[in-house]
Design a protein around this ligand. Structure first.
Ligand SMILES: [Zn+2]
Length: 182
């Protein structure tokens, strides 16, 4: 017999718990409930908790230094010459930790693109945006936002370049695909 709790069960529990908090708030005017065991009053924080993850990037910090210089960097294994983008500090093919940092020269071909209207929560504050995949001359694919006013300006097979920009609303440096010659 499995004791695993399903996502639906958790959601149902949270929902019933929240409606209990709401009914107590309605009844007493305060978001205070009783602890199930001790009966002690518990104040239910009315702010919703938001999580932010911290991702260790020390070993690929050169990538971010590159963005500050408006350069997009990739890594290449010195042993077996496999190229990585986004960059990796270790070669997952041969296991070597001897890698070289190189600059994406910026030319590529647009393989596919799509307009995103239904956005993930973390991108809700953005207008609709276009995401594309390009095959770069270096031989790897890059998935990134595409800078274009409308999808009608784009065509599969068109030349694109990779540029660094400070993303609006989020205010941090990132890379985008841009139609070449624009
Ligand atoms: Zn390798």
């Amino acid at each position: 017999m499995s004791t695993r709790v399903t996502k639906e069960q958790i959601e149902a529990f949270v929902k019933s718990w929240l409606s209990y908090v709401e009914s107590e708030k309605e009844r007493t005017g305060l978001p205070i409930i009783s602890d199930e065991k001790s009966g002690d009053p518990l104040f239910v924080d009315q702010r919703e908790l938001r999580l932010r993850y911290l991702i260790p990037v020390k070993r690929i910090s050169q990538f971010f230094e590159g963005l500050k210089r408006s350069e997009v960097l990739y890594t290449e294994c010195r042993t077996c010459n496999v190229k990585y983008f986004p960059p990796q500090s270790d070669c997952s093919r041969c296991g070597s930790g001897s890698i070289e940092w190189k600059k994406v020269e910026g030319e590529g071909t647009l393989l596919t693109y799509t307009k995103i209207s239904v956005k993930p929560t973390s991108f809700m504050h953005h207008d609709d945006y276009i995401v594309g995949i390009a095959r770069m001359k270096e031989g790897f694919n890059v998935l990134a936002w595409v800078r274009a006013g409308d999808v009608s300006e784009l065509k599969v097979g068109m030349p694109v370049k990779l540029e660094v920009e400070r993303r609006q609303h989020d205010n941090y440096l990132t890379y985008v695909l841009v139609p070449a010659g624009s």
